[in-house]
Design a protein around this ligand. Structure first.
Ligand code: 4NP
Length: 145
């Protein structure tokens, strides 16, 4: 299974989702390929935001080697599932889908809830980490049932 995590900047939320899902899938013995991308291109080529790197480190996860890239319509062909963090990401990604099959690949990571953007609020990084961790766990549990 190939999974792509998408947020706006690809420096705060989706790098966490990328690292967390990769780690959980590996621990569950699932051979999943995980990557992340942003709908915006401001930070292309940069590593994740230092606050995401720090919160991941607190939970024993190293995401410092990731590199920001922008979402491409080609990702619809390569990935089996595309998980987005909020409704604005959902609209932006769905706007680029060309077929119903592509649209069906796109889902909110948390199902009905959103992962809030922590970029302008340092206090959100810890809850965001835990929300993403819980969301990934639910997806893996559902897969193993
Ligand atoms: P992210 O957060 O979508 O979780 O990576 C943001 C990062 C950067 C910006 C906005 C949100 N920005 O405007 O540069």
């Amino acid at each position: 299974m190939k999974i792509l995590m998408v947020c706006l900047g690809n420096i705060c939320r989706s790098p966490l989702a990328h690292g967390i899902m990769e780690k959980q899938a590996k621990e569950a013995g699932l051979d999943w390929e995980v990557d992340s991308a942003g709908t915006g291109n401001w930070h292309v080529g940069e590593p994740p935001d230092h606050r995401s790197v720090a919160i991941a480190k607190k939970y024993n996860l190293d995401i410092s080697g990731q590199c920001c890239r922008v979402f491409s319509p080609k990702d619809f062909e390569y990935y089996d599932r595309i998980y987005v963090m909020d409704r604005s990401n959902l609209n932006d990604v769905l706007d680029m889908a060309k077929t119903e099959e592509q649209r069906k690949k796109v889902k909110l990571l948390l199902g009905d809830e959103i992962v809030p953007d922590p970029y302008y609020d340092n206090a959100l990084f810890d809850p965001v980490y835990r929300m993403i961790e819980e969301g990934c766990k639910k997806i893996i549990d559902a897969e193993q049932r």
